[in-house]
Structures are given as C-alpha cells and as structure tokens.
Design a binder for this molecule. Structure first.
Ligand code: MSP
Length: 511
C-alpha cells in the first residue's frame, strides 16, 4: 500500500493580518497531517500565501508600499502563525517565489499547447475581493451597488482583452470524475452543489488580465498577467518541484490526498483546478474537503464587517491547545459554527481542565505519593481492566476510518468519552483503598490507568499537541517515537524511571 500522504491548506491572501478563519483551515489540516503520521504515513503538509492579483496590488497601494515589500511583511505574519498554532507543515510556499513562477508558466504553456486557451475579450462582472468572475444571475443590487449573491462582495463591470480557458469543454469529464469517485468532494452536500452547478453547463473562464500588472506574465505576451486563481492553485504542485515530474517529491506526493479548503472556494478547487489539471494531462487530487465558516455573532468573520476574532490574542490569553481543541470540538467540520468567548471558557474548563487534565494530574500525583514516583509493573489484570482497555484498543480501526473520512467531530467525541470513562474507572477502582491490604491490585490499577492515559494522549496528540507531549514526557515517553501501533503495545513504560515533573496542564478559567 502507498503510505504517502499529501495535505494542503488554502494559501492565504496576505492582504491583512491572519484571522480566525485562516487559523481554522490550518488547524484542521494540521490535525489530519499529524494523525496520518501517527498512522505511519510519510506526510507532506503544505501551507503558504497567495500574493498576486488586483486585491493585493490595491491593498499595497493603499499602504503606499511596493506590492512585493507589502507581501514580504504580511506573509511573515502568516509564517509566524504557523509557529504560534504549532503547525507541523513541511513547507511554506509564497506565490512570489521563483519556483512557483516557473511552475505557473509551465502550466500555462501546457494549456496553450493542448489547445485549451484562446484570446478574446471579457465583458462581465468581477469581484476584486473574491478575485472571481460572476454571471448576471449570480449578482444582485444592494443600496445601489452590485454585489455577489454568494459572498456579498462588490462587483465591478470589466471589459478587456483576455485569454480564455475552454472550461466548457471539460464539463462531462468533470461530471464523470465526481460520479466515479464518490469521495472526491466532501462533505457530500457540497458535492451535490458542485454537480448541480456543472450540470447547468460551464462557460469558458477568463484566465488573464491586462488592466494591472501584479502577477505572473503570460509567456510570450507580457501585456497579460495570469489570472490569480490559475496562479494560486498551481502552488500545490510548485511545492513538489513541478515541472520536474521526475522529482522525488512530485513522484511521491502528487496527486494530493486532500486539499482542505473553506466552502467559499470550493468552485475553484472542485471545478477549475481539476479541469486545468486534466487539460495539462496531470493527475487530479484525490479529495477536496470544504469546511464551513467560523461565525462571530452569527456572521462570517471579515475585515469589512469588523467582527474579526484574533487567534493570536486568544492564544496569548488561553493557550494554543485550548484554541485548537475548542475550534474543532465546537464547530461541526462541514458546517458553519458560531464561536464565543463564553463557550471557549466552558469548553476549556469542562473538557480540558476537568476531564483530561484532571485525570492526568490526579493519577500522576497519586503515583508520586504512593509508588516512589514510578509507574508500577502490572500484576494480574482483572476482567474489568481488560474490558476497560479493550474498549479503546478494539475501536482503533474505527477511529482511523473516521479520520480518513474527515469525520473529526465523531472522533473527538469518542476520544473524550474515553477520558470520562478513565476518570470513572479510577474513581471506581479506588486504588487509595487498596494501598494497605492489596498493594498488588493498586499497582495493576495504576498501570492500567497510565496505559489508558498513554493511549488517549496518542489519540489526542494531533489535536492538542502541546499538552499531550507534556503528558507523555511525564511518563518518559516521546510522541515522536510513538504511533497508533503503540496503542496495542503494553510495553512502552520504563518502570525503573521516575515520572518527570508535573506542571499544570490546563488552568481553569474563572468566569
Ligand atoms: N487565496 C485564496 C485561496 C487560494 S488556495 C489556492 C483565499 N484566501 S483567503 O485568505 O481569503 O482565505 C483562505 C481560507 O480561509 C479559505 O478557505 C476560507 O474559507 C478560509 N476562511 C476565511 N474566513 C473564514 C471564516 N470566517 N471561517 C472559516 N474559514 C474561512 O481564499
């Protein structure tokens, strides 16, 4: 079986500081990347910034900066965010890099060579904010302004010479792709939306602009810059050293296993991108997963609405694991979900401090006090111990299936229930009551609960990497050396070594 896995985030417009929506796409992708590594896959996880186009050019002009200098500054804040969020990305691509320039020009050339590109004139609506073309039936009027119905952003009438991509010629091939590969677009509701849209018939797509210059020029016609979405989507193969298709990374990781994106950019990823690739005679990605929006006050967070929650501020006040956990626990992955500081506090207190944190804290303090601070060797395990451990162990393959379908919410629900069960097991087994009369039983109980803390920590490590690393380190284990196989392996502990120092894992937040 091919054990390579390639996962990407959208590349972000560095038109302003990163916000919660960006953090959300990245955290989700990171969780899947980390989980696949635990599963033993060789993972390539890519993120980066999307730096060309009129939107960025205008923003730079507003700030009286050269666009490249403007992007250098803001791209850096997205790169810093990868550290702040503890992302495990293998690469960070910027579309202003040379490697990307080469790759985009090659894609263009292939589309031209295959006869999929022709020169004409574009007349229609364009939203700079979305960097998207809209048809007449996709816009409406509000307060005397034309806006896109789907995104609400202002559209302008554009008339200019433009190269077109023969998207219309690819409708049937695309429909075949969606029908023959059930999981190409997930969640399924999103897939149906896309199919309906394509079935209505696709129009050819304008893929170059002449009214501004901030972009990658069309080879052999420098008057035109390549449409920013054709430029941006190509990042996914530029990072694998395309056009060198013999390159080891390209060979190993293309086609991508999954592109994680927000639902607002589904059309670009599920229609345009595979059509470009088919025309360029390159394999299409295996999956596009469109997550919902994080809403603040029930509205999409956006600069223009002024309702942006700053992930960096929240992390400063509450911690990175706390934000990661909250976002993916609270918001059902394919749907929109509102976030609030009140719910964040409740979630930290209930799930992290009182449940997993409390479990670790009380077990390790007990061992320190009663077992010379070493995890005891197991004596005889009772039926109740086996049953308790097996409930998790025997469900590992189901948990893997859930994660492979991006069913993150069900995964978390189950793992958190194991943590509740573990607190209950510890309460019911009462090791403190066995200390005097049955110390062997006490030791077995402590071994069993440590084993379960190890297993829960492995499963939670993609979601809360900082705390789980600490917990495993307390038990003299290293997450980098553990995998899902270790859930089946009861021989991880060094029983002669003392536990490491125990810090507070999650402080309770006063309301
Ligand atoms: N540059 C394009 C993507 C090109 S990928 C080849 C872009 N950039 S973006 O910065 O505007 O948005 C990037 C991602 O952030 C999108 O997936 C978008 O859905 C996500 N989010 C932006 N705001 C969001 C929320 N409020 N909630 C959740 N995610 C949203 O689009």
């Amino acid at each position: 079986m091919n054990k390579n896995f390639y996962i990407t985030t959208p590349i972000y417009y560095p038109s302003g500081k990163p916000h919660m929506g960006h953090a959300y796409s990245s955290i989700i992708a990171d969780i899947f990347a980390r989980f696949k590594r635990l599963e033993g896959f060789d993972v390539f996880f890519l993120t980066g910034t999307d730096e060309h186009g009129l939107k960025i050019q205008r923003e730079a002009e507003k700030n009286k900066k050269d666009p490249k200098v403007f992007c250098d500054d803001l791209s850096l804040s997205f790169k810093d965010l990868t550290k702040i969020l503890h992302l495990s990305n293998n690469d960070f691509i910027r579309t202003t890099e040379k490697r990307h320039f080469k790759s985009v020009q090659e894609i263009w050339q292939r589309l031209e060579n295959s006869g999929d590109i022709y020169l004409d004139k574009y007349r229609g609506w364009y939203s700079v904010s979305d960097e998207a073309y809209y048809d007449e039936d996709e816009i409406t009027e509000e307060n005397g302004k034309k806006i896109s119905i789907s995104s609400g952003s202002t559209v302008d009438w554009v008339e200019e010479e433009s190269y077109f991509f023969k998207l219309s010629a690819w409708s049937n091939k695309l429909l075949e792709l969606y029908r023959s590969n059930d999981d190409f677009i997930l969640p399924t509701s999103r897939k149906n939306e896309v199919i309906k849209f394509v079935e209505r018939g696709l129009k050819d797509l304008s893929v170059s602009r002449t009214s501004f210059s901030w972009g990658i020029p069309v080879p052999k016609n420098k008057k035109h810059v390549i449409y920013v979405w054709l430029d941006a989507l190509t990042n996914y193969i530029s990072a694998l050293n395309f056009p060198n298709e013999k390159d080891q990374n390209f060979q190993k990781f293309w086609p991508a296993s999954v592109h994680i994106i927000g639902k607002d950019i589904l059309r670009f990823h599920a229609i345009y991108w595979p059509a470009f690739l088919l025309a360029a005679k390159l394999p299409v990605p295996k999956r596009v997963f469109g997550h919902g929006w994080i809403l603040s006050d029930d509205k999409k967070m956006s600069k223009s609405l002024g309702n942006i929650l700053d992930p960096i501020e929240i992390i400063k006040d509450y911690g990175v694991d706390q934000l990661r956990y909250y976002l993916v626990k609270e918001v059902s992955l394919g749907n929109d979900g509102s976030v609030s500081m009140q719910n964040l506090t409740n979630c930290i207190n209930n799930d992290l401090a009182n449940n997993y944190g409390n479990l670790c804290q009380r077990v390790f303090s007990f061992i320190k006090k009663n077992c010379s601070n070493k995890i005891p060797k197991p004596n005889k395990l009772d039926e109740i111990d086996e049953k308790f451990l097996n409930k998790l162990k025997n469900n590992t393959s189901n948990l893997i299936t859930l994660m492979n379908k991006q069913n993150l919410n069900e995964f978390i629900k189950i793992v958190v229930s194991y943590s509740f069960d573990a607190n209950k097991y510890f309460n019911d087994a009462e090791p403190w009551a066995k200390k005097k009369d049955d110390p062997e039983r006490m030791e077995s109980i402590l071994f069993v609960i440590c084993e379960q803390i190890k297993n829960i920590s492995i499963l939670l490590s993609p979601i809360i990497p900082v705390a789980t690393e600490k917990v495993l380190k307390i038990m003299n284990l290293n997450i980098k050396k553990l995998s899902l196989d270790d859930i089946q392996n009861m021989k991880n502990f060094n029983h002669d070594k003392e536990l490491n120092k125990l810090d507070i894992l999650f402080s309770k937040i006063e309301k």
